[in-house]
Write a protein that binds this ligand. Structure first.
Ligand code: TEU
Length: 544
């Protein structure tokens, strides 16, 4: 168990993300819930994780699955009660698992009492909690667009004003320029710290300094001033782990967010690597084959750029991204090998790894008729592309590859009905491949993806090189192999990953002959060749 009283304990930690709606239902209403999570803590302890990033469980009308909060200090009833939440925090802590809550500070639901009051009139004390501009009903203040489609401004006839929403219409943005808003948010955070929560993941934190009049959304001029105040006023002195989600961060910006002096956040959660299979200049929906050299260069830039100067998160999957084995691996014949290879490629690097529920058993994407997608972003994207005259097959190819719903199908626990997720009717389709891919089967098979993740987590705890080692990318231009070394004064680690389903010639880099095989996805490496999706880690150092 990690000693969490130690400064920077999260640098040695591995986190696991739970999307509560799809994790485990306990009462048969078809929706995952907090008692369901509690019932699976032993499983997570067996995996070896140190903390859970819990996607939002707050009261919410669920226009964006809980990222639209109507009461920050209440639990959405289908998820359970505040007593359930307190029990989860306590039971997790007993197993050495910290609860990291998701904090959505950029916006609330339009059903939050603050917004309801704000709508009552320009003089209402809550009116200035949100971002309003005067204007005529048919002329938005400017042409800014919302992330989930359509304009970022919504007109309220009774006020003769427009409000700003970066995401859905039902997610009005908070006005961070108003110090009363900031104080209200800090009080709310202290409420959760008082309940024993050990950290926070800060949703779209790069958006809070926006200046809509200058069309600035991310990286506004006051962004870091706000984060420093937040850190001082709400996080200080508690040894909390704080994770800033920042789609807009580059390496330089990330150094500010995760400055080792601790004046902002513990680490940054950024997405640059996630564009290695998108058309340059396009959005995530604009598909391109994976450009492995581009991915490797990106990783190298981050590994070198933050070493000693900040801290990064390591992830392939989350609730907004497709399943990595379907994306950059092989969800068919080599599902197990490629899932392990992708895990090794990521977990060998510096940073704090995040495992998204189901990744540890190699869960895959899903394909549904468009009418069955639940995600607001997917539905709006599809409608807009069809309206723009994009052919149906092309729009659907993007949906299949990139819809956030790929990650949101219920967790596959067993081969029983509904994958053991619920005794009722699941809120969202269960991937039919659950009969083969499920936790019960994985636990019964020593060669499963689960045990590979378990071992990677354990290695991070035993060899300091995983946390501290300097990163060197090998053979940057290879389109098949991602290989790198990590080095400290005492240890050396070599990570070799074949990103293709073909055999590839591969001479071992000098100095690693006779190194100790830490982990591999084939029984033992062969000389001179990598088999399809093969990976291994070789290590040299003082005996443990
Ligand atoms: O995501 C931030 C965000 O920008 C995403 O909407 C992203 O652009 C999109 O998912 C890419 O497909 C966070 C949460 O993780 C997401 O689930 C929320 O919907 C969003 O914020 C709004 O709170």
């Amino acid at each position: 168990m990690l000693d969490k009283t130690k400064r920077g304990w999260w640098k040695s930690a591995v986190f696991y993300q739970i999307y509560p709606k799809s994790f485990q239902d306990s009462d048969g209403d078809g929706i995952g819930d907090i008692p369901g999570i509690i019932s699976r803590l032993d499983y997570l302890e067996k995996l070896g994780i140190d903390g859970i990033w819990l996607s939002p469980v707050y009261a919410s009308p669920q226009a964006d699955n809980g990222y639209d909060i109507s009461d920050y200090e209440a639990i959405w009833p289908p998820f359970g009660s505040m007593a359930d939440m307190e029990r989860l925090i306590a039971e997790a802590k007993q197993r050495g698992i910290s609860i990291i809550m998701d904090l959505v500070l950029n916006h609330t639901s339009d059903e939050h009492v603050w917004f309801r009051e704000a709508l009552k009139g320009r003089d209402n004390p809550y009116h200035d909690y949100y971002i309003w501009r005067d204007g005529a009903p048919d002329t938005p203040p400017n042409d800014m667009l919302a992330t989930f489609g359509g304009p970022a401004w919504e007109y309220v006839p009774a006020l003769g004003q427009w409000y700003y929403h970066q995401f859905a219409v039902k997610q009005p943005d908070l006005n961070w320029e108003n110090p009363t808003v900031r104080r209200a948010l800090y009080d709310m955070i202290r409420f959760w710290v008082g309940k024993g929560v050990e950290g926070f993941r800060l949703d779209v934190i790069d958006n809070i300094g926006k200046e809509p009049d200058r069309k600035i959304t991310c990286r506004g001029p006051r962004l870091h001033e706000y984060i420093r105040e937040l850190s001082r006023e709400a996080f200080a002195g508690e040894g909390l782990v704080t994770v800033g989600e920042a789609w807009s961060a580059d390496v330089e910006e990330a150094r500010l967010y995760s400055d080792p002096s601790g004046r902002e956040l513990s680490m940054v959660f950024q997405f640059e690597h996630n564009f290695a299979d998108c058309r340059p200049g396009g959005s995530k929906w604009d598909l391109a084959p994976l450009d492995l050299p581009r991915l490797k260069r990106c990783m190298e830039r981050w590994q070198k750029g933050l070493s000693g100067q900040g801290w990064n998160s390591l992830f392939w999957d989350n609730h907004d991204l497709p399943r990595i084995v379907s994306r950059w691996g092989d969800e068919g014949r080599y599902r197990v090998e490629s899932a392990k290879m992708l895990a090794a490629a990521l977990h060998g690097m510096q940073g704090t790894p995040y495992i998204y529920q189901g990744e540890e058993i190699g869960m895959t994407n899903i394909r549904l008729p468009i009418g069955e997608y639940e995600d607001i972003e997917t539905r709006n994207f599809y409608r807009e592309r069809i309206e723009a005259g994009i052919p149906e097959v092309e729009a659907m190819a993007s949906v299949y590859a990139r819809s956030r719903d790929n990650a949101r199908t219920p967790m596959q626990w067993s081969g029983a009905k509904n994958a053991g997720f619920t005794a009722g009717t699941p809120w969202f389709t269960v991937n039919p491949n659950y009969t083969g891919i499920n936790v019960e089967a994985a636990l019964a098979d020593p060669g499963s993806v689960f045990y590979f993740y378990q071992k990677l987590i354990a290695l991070r705890k035993t060899c300091p090189v995983f946390r501290d080692g300097d990163f060197t990318l090998l053979d940057p231009d290879s389109e098949a192999v991602f290989a790198y070394t990590r080095k400290t004064a005492e240890e050396e680690l070599l990570v070799v990953c074949n990103f293709t389903g073909e055999a590839v010639p591969y001479p071992l880099p000098a100095g690693f002959e006779g190194g100790e095989l830490l982990i591999a996805n084939y029984p033992a490496p062969e000389t001179g060749t990598l088999r399809p999706w093969e990976c291994f880690m070789l290590w040299r150092g003082p005996r443990k």
